[in-house]
Design a protein around this ligand. Structure first.
Ligand code: CUA
Length: 398
């Protein structure tokens, strides 16, 4: 239920004043308390100023008032009373900061690792080896430990209804310093966004937490680990070829396609199961995927996804190939499916893991110059993680 104190703010789609977890409850509690105290102070100050202006206003013929110098009582009061109030606020803030983000136990492993990239989120489940992007699935009923890391620049993970925001610092993978706890009370979808300016498409770096019952969460994880099937249509075959010849796999991973393991861009294995494309720019649908593939820069200016000027056949094929619901399978190319553990999901990711940013050599695969590419879609950022200058932005700028 939205908090009634700030109806305008609380009525927005996602609000820190509509907490859905114990951690967010603490944050909104301290916000509302300090806001209320400050509102009372503001009202008192405004009242007294108004009263004094009216009561002691100058009238024609008044003599000059006598100046008042030095009133120790008054000076001590207006120095120490505000000091006490802001000290109290600082203590409250520090208490919530500490209690909403308990320390990790020695040797504890995270349930989820979220890695910020320009401009999307890489998501790992170290226990199962499942990898996805932009949507964090978590079970309800227990606190989920989330490790926060960054691959290029500073990002900030913020899902207002679920707790405090937290920076993601490149190169700093210390779990005890860089973690949050997600503990949604109810199965639901909670939206958030990157809260640290991180370049061109910072505003299009949305994140979504999907809270599920433990059973639904387990089913979701198993689905992501299903063995993969061969393409079922001619169009999907064309799409698979287009995926390879257009160097898609230099940036994107696709489980079952051996040379497609890069993580410069999101893992595309279960693209059709996500609810948005481009970390929030478009609702996910086959039609929108085709639009996105045809001109990514139109929807997400400055993003590292080049406009490949695909032919109509390639565009249709790629859409067919990539946009599937889980269980529809993806083609294998002579490789075994990901190793499975008894639970039916891929085997564990080693921990601690280091986020890998853009590869030093962005073209490790035998990618022939794509024949369908017109112009020069620049390769993804190679040695420099900083955003390319506008003139070198892939696909041109608008
Ligand atoms: Cu990532 Cu702003």
């Amino acid at each position: 239920m939205p908090a009634p104190w700030f109806p305008l703010l609380a009525s927005s789609v996602t609000s820190p004043l509509d907490p859905a977890s114990p951690q967010a409850g603490q944050v909104s509690g301290v916000f509302i308390l300090t806001g209320a105290v400050m509102t009372v102070i503001l009202a008192l100050v405004c009242f007294w100023i108004g009263y004094i202006l009216l009561r002691f206003r100058g009238r024609p013929g008044d003599a000059d008032p006598t100046p008042v110098y030095g009133n120790k009582k008054l000076e001590y009061t207006w120095t120490f009373l505000p000091l006490a109030i802001v000290t109290w606020f600082a203590i409250l803030g520090a208490q919530v900061t500490i209690s909403a983000r308990p320390k990790t136990a020695a040797g504890q492993r995270p349930d989820v690792v979220v890695i910020g990239h320009q401009w999307w989120w890489e998501i790992h489940y170290p226990a199962s080896g499942v990898v996805t992007a932009n949507e964090v699935h978590v079970p309800v009923g227990r606190p989920i430990l989330v490790s926060l890391q960054a691959a290029d620049v500073i990002h900030d993970f913020w899902v207002p209804q679920l707790g405090p925001k937290h920076d993601m610092i490149p190169g700093d993978v210390n779990l005890d310093l860089n973690h949050i706890w997600l503990e949604p009370r109810e199965p639901a979808v909670y939206d958030g966004a990157c809260a640290e300016f991180c370049g061109n498409s910072h505003a299009w770096m949305r994140i979504r937490v999907v809270a599920q019952t433990q059973a639904d969460f387990d089913a979701w994880q198993r689905t992501l680990g299903q063995p993969l099937a061969a393409p079922s249509t001619a169009a999907a075959e064309v799409g698979m070829k287009a995926f390879e010849t257009n160097t898609c796999r230099n940036c994107h991973a696709l489980a079952g396609l051996p040379a497609a393991t890069a993580n410069v861009g999101p893992d595309l294995t279960n693209l059709g199961d996500r609810s948005t494309l481009g970390a929030g720019v478009l609702p996910n649908s086959k039609e929108n995927l085709a639009k996105w593939l045809a001109d990514p820069q139109r929807y997400k200016p400055g993003c590292y996804m080049p406009d490949f000027h695909l032919s109509a056949a390639d565009l249709q094929g790629l859409t067919e190939y990539l946009w599937r619901k889980s269980g529809e399978g993806l083609p294998l190319q002579g490789a075994a499916p990901p190793p499975m553990v008894p639970g039916g999901v891929p085997s564990a990711t080693p921990w601690p893991m280091q986020p890998s940013g853009p590869p030093s050599d962005p073209s490790p695969t035998p990618a022939a110059p794509p024949s369908s590419v017109v112009g020069s879609p620049a390769a993804p950022p190679s040695t420099s993680p900083a955003p390319a200058p506008p003139s070198a932005a892939p696909g041109g700028s608008r």
